[in-house]
Design a protein around this ligand. Structure first.
Ligand code: SAM
Length: 223
């Protein structure tokens, strides 16, 4: 009976991989990877050798059928992305949906994903929240910002360092200078930091200290 495992991988600190994830990587027949070079480095670190097949955003549609056929032909296949949980702002959804349609058993192991530590450590209510992934660059961006401005619950967005200032400026414009935000940067890495406070102050901080690395922005609900 074929099975597809979704295996989360570290978002920075290589110690953040579960014992079960390591075992599944060791036991599987094939690993589908977003970037085989990135996954090769992780496997080398774990001293695992396995056949790797690329499965990334650019070939996700084209390679879907052959990937499903491959999963169906083995006992156990794994899908990983470069970091974090496959399918969370990463390729995976199409393969998962197609495998389920084909009656293939699909299991996602619990493990690293950037938005969970970001929202929990933000100090904002996390009993209920909305994950938006990356904000659209153009179409729909303003409508979404207006929508977030009116929400009572916490919102999470992924952002790149060179777009952070624009994002914070627009949060200030649409939600006011007092809206509380938390910028979680380089989670689990050497320069991990959380900047919490009214958006005007957090924006001023990053004007003075242009950010590097990976970023999650958490926006408090309208209170
Ligand atoms: N699949 C991943 C997950 O489960 O979180 C997300 C992949 S998405 C392509 C990459 C984005 O996730 C980055 O641009 C950043 O917004 C966020 N991210 C990933 N690792 C991070 C880290 N260590 N610290 C802060 N944000 C991170």
């Amino acid at each position: 009976m074929p099975k597809l495992y979704l295996v989360p991988t570290p978002i920075g600190n290589l110690e953040d991989i579960t014992l079960r994830s390591i075992r599944i990587l060791k036991e599987c027949d094939i690993i589908f990877a977003e970037d085989t070079r990135v996954t090769k480095r992780l496997l080398q670190h774990l001293e695992i050798q396995k056949p790797l097949q690329p499965f990334h955003a650019h070939n996700e549609h084209k390679s879907l059928k052959s990937a499903v056929d491959k999963v169906a032909s083995v006992e156990s296949a794994v899908l990983v992305s470069d970091a974090g949980t496959p399918g969370i702002s990463d390729p995976g959804f199409l393969l998962i949906r197609e495998c389920i349609r084909e009656g293939i058993s699909v299991e996602c192991l619990p493990g690293p994903t950037a938005f969970v530590p970001a929202v929990v450590a933000s100090g904002f209510p996390c009993d209920k929240f909305r994950y938006e992934g990356f904000l659209p660059h153009k179409k729909g961006r303003q409508t979404l910002l207006k929508n977030i401005a009116e929400r009572d619950i916490t919102t999470i967005v992924y952002e790149s360092p060179h777009r952070l200032q624009k994002c914070l400026a627009q949060i200030e414009e649409f939600m006011g200078p007092e809206r509380e935000v938390c910028v979680a940067r380089e989670i689990t890495k050497m320069f991990e930091e959380y900047q919490r406070g009214p958006v005007s102050l957090v924006k001023a901080h990053y004007e003075a200290h242009p950010p590097k690395g990976e970023i999650v922005v958490v926006i408090s609900g309208k209170s």
